[in-house]
Write a new protein. Structure first.
Length: 737
């Protein structure tokens, strides 16, 4: 293979790519023109014009977003079929494009016509003679990689260049963002991507088999094949951490899909973002399914500081609502459904109980209607109603559990005194609003917050025809704010009146739910995610051997409940594309040594470089020197990212070390930011510090593991965590003991 031939083939492909980009620009101008026409229609001044405007502008905006996202690696594949079947090559790309004659110019990778690009093999070429992968930087073709699938069909003597697309992809340096590898998806992966859309598709396999990439491409494929359903209902992608979600966030947009919600487990509840991780012992308590009972009990408690009695004189009668009567009324109302949903019943129930105490002739003669009207016109009574049964939010109720006495009362038989102590310590930083937007919350708290949302229910909305009718308080569904003065609103909890929430629990479900690193979800997190997918199709990705949850049977039961009644499609990936054979052999040997039951995929490439052990390092100075030597060495040997994985207790210490080393001044800016699941270094930072759990789903060119034995000892699942860490490197692995 001559250099001249390579240059000729690249130039040939460049001419086609240039043509496609010109067509892309034409399509962009057409979309802009559609948007302008839509705005012009809106100026017609009638309802039909406004509807047309909205439809045209919406469609134009979608197309513009799709075209804008497609520029990077727009054309990546070429198929040359047997000449007698089709003498013209077929090109595959991120989106579909037609030429000026409306003939197909570029096939969308998700289209049925493109399936053969991934499914053809040398054993079953499916009429494909040559499969070519194009590599580009911007709009410039930089290289091509060929696979000859049908030697007998190569009657035109097509040149075969490169070492094959897959191996070329595997040798690339990793940056901070997961790359879309639509061009190198193999046949077993493609089957999972194009699985039936209904029910539950599970994608399992050991480390490095491409589970995450396959799942994300499946989401893009579903949007392509049934856009109306999945775009209107929404696609939710849930990952283990904010670091992980930012790592993958460019993959789907690069495939032309922008209608997908990417959320970490701390962001699943709308409007909440939690990044702090609890200590393992606390996280184990909060994740257990028994916490659902604790939240249910808490949601039924009387609001702290609410009145315990009410007295009023009406004509000849002194009416008293004492603690005992109010307790019975509370239980009566609560038995009829969720707390907030009972707000319309509170006032009529109180009025009924009060009217039964009216015995005097003057009062009875005036009648019930007059009684209700007088009470509803009494600010003291309305203040009492709002204070006795206020509309409450889940964050507020979670904040109640900072009270040791209340926690002991609702926690009896659910959490032990020692567990209560740990919970109180973890919730000490919550504000009065219970961390309404995530401030002070841990990732594990978010599932508890969601449990409370469903136990409390939404505040009911008020009908428009009830706006000016105070008696509607009896019939239900009225906004008390209309009946409140400024002082009333100050007296209401958190200064809020009774208004419907901006985001209802009815808005939670999605059309498709994709869970990555599913083996790590706690039972409470499965309950939370399950509510978003009751009527959805699912894609679930995971490897049980990498689980960080210590009671897998409990988690499996919660998962089964979330997926009950759905058809199951199972796919298992068996080829490790990430790790070199040397690195994975080291990780597999560790798993066997410590008794982990692991899935052992086959690593397909060898580098000849064995993992390196450094140590022992007893003192802090010796440890720093050993880590410094290891990090500087691997950073000099790889061109991509370097992950320094440390025990949680050493994260700040190691970050300070890296920030002080002049050899890494340009590479380790991220170390000074301290990747602690709440801070993410920029894409320019090459050397970053993470804990074992932070590495979930990530990959690096080189990994330096600091004090692996301490990572083992951090939690009940420390060995699984360390196994995950040992499988994150693509080229170099060093452990410092």
């Amino acid at each position: 293979m001559t250099e001249e031939l390579v240059e000729q083939e690249i130039a040939r492909e460049q001419r086609f790519v240039d043509r496609v980009h010109r067509q892309l620009e034409d399509a962009g101008r057409a979309a802009q023109q559609l948007a302008r026409e839509g705005h012009e229609r809106g100026r017609l001044g009638h309802e039909g014009g406004l509807v047309e405007r909205d439809a045209m502008v919406f469609q134009a905006a979608k197309r513009i977003a799709q075209l804008d996202a497609a520029h990077e690696g727009l054309v990546f594949g070429r198929l040359d079929l047997r000449p007698e079947l089709d003498p013209e090559p077929r090109y595959v790309g991120r989106i579909g494009l037609r030429d000026e004659n409306r003939d197909s110019l570029l096939i969308d990778w998700r289209a049925p016509a493109a399936a053969v690009f991934y499914q053809a093999t040398a054993a079953t070429p499916q009429d494909v003679v040559r499969r070519r992968v194009l590599r580009s930087a911007g709009t410039t073709v930089t290289s091509v990689e060929d696979e000859l699938l049908d030697a007998e069909g190569n009657t035109d003597d097509l040149p075969i260049l490169g070492e094959g697309a897959l191996m070329a992809q595997l040798s690339r340096a990793r940056d901070r963002t997961m790359h879309s590898i639509v061009a190198t998806i193999q046949a077993e992966q493609d089957k999972a991507i194009r699985a039936p859309s209904r029910g539950v598709t599970t994608i399992s396999g050991g480390p490095g088999v491409g589970k995450t990439v396959v799942a994300l491409h499946r989401a893009a494929y579903l949007l392509y094949t049934d856009r109306r359903r999945y775009e209107s209902g929404g696609v939710l992608v849930v990952g283990p951490s904010g670091v992980f979600m930012r790592y993958i966030e460019r993959v789907l947009p690069s495939l032309g899909e922008t209608a997908v919600a990417l959320r970490s487990l701390g962001e699943v509840v709308d409007g909440v973002r939690a990044t702090r991780h609890d200590e393992p012992a606390v996280a184990d308590i909060k994740g257990a399914v028994r916490m659902a009972e604790l939240m249910r009990r808490t949601a039924r408690q009387q609001a702290p500081g609410s009145p315990t009695s009410y007295r009023v004189f009406w004509y000849d009668t002194t009416i008293v609502l004492d603690r005992g009567l109010l307790g019975r009324l509370r239980r009566q109302i609560m038995s009829q459904g969720r707390r907030n949903r009972q707000l319309p019943r509170v006032t009529p129930t109180l009025l009924d109980a009060m009217w039964r105490q009216v015995r005097g002739e003057r009062g009875r003669d005036r009648g019930r209607e007059a009684f209700d009207e007088d009470m509803l016109g009494d600010d003291d009574f309305l203040d009492f109603v709002l204070a006795w049964w206020p509309p409450v939010t889940a964050p507020e109720v979670l904040g109640w559990l900072r009270d040791p006495d209340l926690l002991a009362r609702v926690g009896e038989g659910v959490v032990t005194p020692e567990e209560q102590r740990l919970l109180l310590k973890s919730w000490a930083g919550l504000g009065d609003d219970g961390g309404a937007t995530g401030a002070g919350l841990s990732v594990a708290d978010v599932a508890l917050l969601d449990e409370l949302r469903y136990a409390l229910g939404d505040v009911p909305a008020r009908a428009d025809d009830e706006r000016d009718d105070p008696i509607a308080l009896i019939d239900g569904g009225v906004d008390i704010q209309e009946l409140m003065t400024a002082s009333d609103r100050e007296y209401a909890p958190s200064g809020r009146a009774w208004t419907a929430p901006t985001h209802s629990i009815d808005d939670d479900p999605f059309a498709h739910v994709l869970i990555d690193e599913a083996q790590d979800l706690t039972p409470m997190q499965w309950r939370m995610v399950g509510r978003r997918g009751r009527t959805a199709s699912w894609t679930i990705v995971g490897d049980p051997a990498q689980s960080s949850w210590p009671v897998p049977a409990e988690s499996a039961e919660a998962r089964a409940e979330a997926l009950a009644g759905k058809e199951l499609h199972e796919f298992h990936l068996s080829t490790n594309y990430r790790n070199s054979a040397e690195i994975y052999a080291f990780a597999a040997a560790y798993a066997e040594r410590v008794g982990l039951d692991v899935d052992l995929p086959t690593a397909v490439r060898s580098t000849g470089v064995e993992p390196k052990r450094v140590g022992p390092a007893g003192s802090a100075a010796e440890l720093e020197a050993s880590v410094r030597e290891a990090v500087v060495e691997v950073a000099g040997q790889v061109g991509g990212t370097v992950g320094v994985v440390v025990p949680v207790a050493r994260r700040s210490e190691v970050n300070a070390w890296l920030a002080s080393w002049p050899e890494l001044a340009d590479d380790a800016r991220g170390a000074r930011a301290a990747v602690d699941s709440s801070v993410t270094p920029s894409g320019e930072d090459r050397v970053v510090v993470l804990t074992g759990l932070d590495t979930k789903g990530l990959e690096f060119d080189a990994i330096v593991v600091v004090r692996p034995q301490e990572i083992e000892e951090e939690s009940l699942t420390g060995r699984s965590t360390l196994y995950v860490v040992l499988t994150r490197a693509t080229q170099l692995l060093t452990t410092v003991s």
